[in-house]
Each structure stands twice: as structure tokens, then as C-alpha cells.
Design a binder for this molecule. Structure first.
Ligand code: SF4
Length: 209
């Protein structure tokens, strides 16, 4: 497999990106263009980043094997959008075996086939839903959220509650507390139990449309 661009490897994270001690690995590339993106580097040229194969990444993050085993932690794949790298994640799981937890932090705005492709190898999902209202979502990300909601429904039905955490942000200038409450109500209706309501840090990169 060709090496893929990775713009960050952050070790010793506790209770931020999944269970136990985790290492966060962030992939280049994201289909969204969030106005307050904190990882805008993910849209930068791959030439500016280090590239890894699943094998070379496994070797690098393996330095924390004992922490992962002792705390039931592991690796969290973020980005960017990790579900653009499903072949890499599948191969990484083969190397890591079942002793490490694998979490993805995803916007879920990818084809359902990508979600299905990793469903058997990913343990937990942290999903940044933005806002369930399509107009707010479009204004904030420049993208449509139809696929997001379909993918979430599939995950609820096939992966199960205990493995899903949906983050619902208050997005300054884009949604109101009432909008957030409506998103949460819609998610609860879909059967989502673990919801993290939080405030986005504002660091605007692009002019508002
Ligand atoms: S989904 Fe995340 S990485 Fe992608 S543009 Fe939005 S905030 Fe940035």
C-alpha cells in the first residue's frame, strides 16, 4: 500500500479521543470546509506532510503499547476525514490485532460503502454532526448532510449504541441554542444516547458567505 499523508501524531491523550490512553493520528484530506476548522492544515498539500504506511505507523505508535494494553486505550484516527482512508485503517487493524482499541473521529460525510468497509475493525466512533438542519449544515460546511444522516442511521442499526458518541456543537453565527436543541431531539429520536453538547472555539479562516 502506498504511504499516506499524516499531519499529526499526538501521544498520551486521556479520555479525549476514546477510552484509556490514546494516540491521535490525523490524516490529510477532508470533504468539508468548516468555517471554524481548527485543523485547516488537513486541506494543505500532501507534499508538506510525512507519509506513513500502516506498517510504519504501527511501528511508530507501538512505543505506547503498554499504555494501550494497561488502560484499554489505543489509536484514534482523525483528520481531516479518516473514513477516506479505510484500506489503511483495515490494514492497521490487522497489524495491531485486537489488543488495541481503534476509534475514528469522523464527520460521516462519506459514501456509506466507506462506513461499512471499516465497521468490523473500528471499535468506537466520535461523530461531529455539526447541525442536523441541512441549511445550517450547508452554510457552515459548504456541503450537504443527507449522506451523514443516512450513515448515522446505518451505524445505529448495525454497530450499536455503546460504540457511538455524537458531538453537537454550538456554532457561533450559524446555529442558535434552539437549533442545537432541535438537533439533539432529532438524534434522540434516531436512538442516539451518548451526546456531547459543546461550544466551538471560533477561529474563522474564510469570509462568511
Ligand atoms: S470536518 Fe473537521 S477537519 Fe474537516 S473541515 Fe470540518 S472541522 Fe476541519
Amino acid at each position: 500500500m502506498s504511504p499516506v499523508p499524516i499531519f499529526g501524531i499526538s501521544r498520551h491523550r486521556i479520555s479525549i479521543d476514546g477510552k484509556g490512553v490514546t494516540t491521535l493520528v490525523t490524516f490529510q484530506g477532508c470533504p468539508l470546509h468548516c468555517r471554524y476548522c481548527l485543523n485547516d492544515i488537513c486541506h494543505s498539500s500532501a507534499d508538506t506532510m510525512q507519509h506513513y504506511t500502516p506498517e510504519s505507523l504501527y511501528q511508530k505508535v507501538g512505543i505506547d503499547n503498554l499504555y494501550f494494553i494497561a488502560t484499554h486505550g489505543g489509536v484514534c484516527f482523525g483528520g481531516g476525514e479518516p473514513l477516506l482512508r479505510v484500506d489503511f485503517i483495515k490494514k492497521f487493524r490487522e497489524l495491531a490485532g485486537k489488543g488495541w482499541g481503534l476509534t475514528v473521529e469522523t464527520s460521516l460525510n462519506v459514501p456509506l460503502s466507506q462506513v461499512k468497509a471499516v465497521a468490523k475493525v473500528v471499535d468506537d466512533y466520535i461523530i461531529d454532526i455539526k447541525d442536523c438542519n441541512p441549511e445550517i449544515y450547508k452554510a457552515y460546511t459548504d456541503c450537504d448532510n443527507t449522506q451523514v444522516m443516512q450513515n448515522l442511521k446505518w451505524l445505529v442499526e448495525h454497530v450499536g449504541q455503546g460504540h457511538l458518541m455524537v458531538r453537537v456543537p454550538h456554532i457561533p453565527n450559524y446555529n442558535t441554542p434552539e437549533d442545537v436543541a432541535r438537533s439533539i431531539a432529532q438524534l434522540r429520536e434516531m436512538g442516539i444516547e451518548t451526546i456531547d453538547e459543546f461550544d466551538y472555539v471560533v477561529r474563522e479562516k474564510k469570509p462568511q458567505k
